[in-house]
Design a protein around this ligand. Structure first.
Ligand SMILES: Cc1ncc(COP(=O)(O)O)c(C=O)c1O
Length: 432
């Protein structure tokens, strides 16, 4: 496909930003070629600098549950910004968004707004350490929690050994407090608690791991984590930056009906503007400054325009039937593609939960740990480009999930499913 304007814009941006982008996955390194520069979005569609139109399943990697530029969110942002964009003092909008969440989420009593998912998880880990007086944390291979030092960690060489940093610039001493374990492995968790009985502050997990494929866990495993945390005096921390307000208003905690001690939010909570939050039930949040000794602050935290966007978006999510309709639409889409792939015996299927889906290149295998994913992403890269040519935009990596928004109509989904079947035919049968 010809994209001369995007190519030209990328030439300029490469001189300005590392790799030409402000977040690595946007660079198209995993699929080849250069990124498309997006000019505008409306509803389920985006348009690139060369004027091509796409049905968008990336949806900004999750925040846009209402699609692009929903009228009520844009109006709320404009109305609010006319009165000023930041005051460095409290506004009633912060309380309004907090109340909307607290009144509709069983596991949140108090909340602190920050500016990104990374800030949310990083701050909540400080809170877990401050509240328990313990230093170590357990995280899982295959879960991503943002780019804070303690969380950029690879698994060590054996079960329950400490991790090694996964990024240059992160001292080993920083990650020496992080234990990285395989998902869906109870024994590994038991062993870590045996080895460090009084040192583990929290277990952090994406209860719906959606950053390394879609590694759906069994409820029973999540219940086990709940139970062992309670038994060992550690906190259970659900990172719901993707799953929060996505699989239901109460996110994965509500979906599985499991109460975590700590929660992190991002993406959907800000209606497409930069917002994150961490939250808890009971008095855990009273450890946070200025009420308690755990310091955390932010000049732009609770930004009025972002709060207004969040209120507008989450109010729509609360309308009766909102999540059920999204789930049905997603199933309508995935079933069409899966029936086609199955009929042609292709090693491919769409796995989904709520309105999240993932392209799994091992049909029929229930993939629950990072090590089970086929690391050969050649088929995905081909499919990605074939879909772009056909006006369907997926996130540019086979490890990323896709999102269906309220703005995706059944016609959009039928059209996109048809295009995906065409592209699959070309990948696996070499013809259209
Ligand atoms: C589960 C999870 N936690 C944390 C983050 C970090 O959020 P942000 O990119 O807003 O810093 C992400 C980002 O994708 C995420 O998916």
């Amino acid at each position: 496909m010809q994209n001369p304007k995007s190519a030209q814009l990328f030439e300029i941006s490469r001189t300005l930003f590392p790799g030409g982008v402000n977040s690595p996955v946007r660079a198209f390194k995993a699929v080849g070629g250069h990124p498309l520069f997006i000019e505008r979005g409306k509803g389920s569609r985006i348009w690139d600098a060369d004027g091509h139109e796409y049905i968008d399943f990336c949806c900004s990697f999750g925040p846009l549950i209402l699609g692009h530029a929903p009228n009520e969110v844009v109006d709320a942002i404009c109305r609010t910004a006319q009165n000023g964009t930041s005051y460095g003092a409290p506004t009633r909008l912060e309380s309004e968004l907090a109340k909307l969440i607290i009144d509709n989420h069983r596991f949140v009593d108090r909340i602190r707004f920050v500016n990104s998912g990374t800030e949310a998880t990083m701050s909540a880990i400080r809170l877990a350490r401050g509240a328990t007086g313990r230093n170590k944390i357990i995280k899982f291979d295959g879960c991503y929690h943002g780019h804070a030092d303690a969380l950029l960690v690879n698994a060590g060489s054996g079960l329950a050994t400490l991790g090694t940093s996964s990024s240059a610039g992160v001292p080993e001493s920083y990650v020496g407090e992080t234990i990285v374990l395989p998902l869906n492995d109870k024994e590994a968790v038991e062993l870590a608690f045996e080895k460090y009985p009084n040192d583990i502050a929290c277990i952090i997990i994406e209860p719906i791991p959606a950053n390394n494929g879609l590694l759906l866990q069994d409820r029973e495993y999540l219940l086990f984590l709940r139970e062992i945390c309670t038994r060992k005096g550690a906190l259970l921390f659900f990172d719901e930056v993707i799953s929060g307000f996505r699989v239901g208003f109460e996110g994965a905690a509500g979906y599985y009906d499991i109460e975590p001690d700590l929660l992190a939010f991002g993406k959907i909570i800000g209606g497409g503007l930069p917002v994150g939050a961490y939250a808890a039930k009971g008095d855990l949040m009273s450890h946070v400054a200025p009420e308690g000794p755990v310091y955390q602050a932010g000049t732009l935290s609770g930004n009025p325009a972002a709060m207004a966007a969040g209120i507008a978006q989450l109010s729509r999510c609360l309308q009766p039937g909102f999540y059920e309709e999204l789930r049905q639409k997603t199933e309508h889409f995935t079933q069409q593609v899966n029936t086609f792939a199955g009929t042609h015996n292709m090693p491919f299927e769409l796995v989904s939960i709520g309105s999240i889906f993932w392209l799994n290149f091992k049909r029929g295998e229930h993939i629950q740990a990072a090590s089970q994913i086929d690391s050969d992403m050649t088929a995905f890269a081909k499919l990605h480009h074939l879909l772009l040519e056909r006006g369907v935009y997926l996130g540019p990596s086979g490890y990323e999930v896709g999102f269906i928004s309220d703005a995706h109509s059944y016609e959009d989904l039928d059209h996109a499913a048809n295009k995906m079947c065409e592209a699959l035919k070309e990948v696996y049968l070499g013809r259209v």
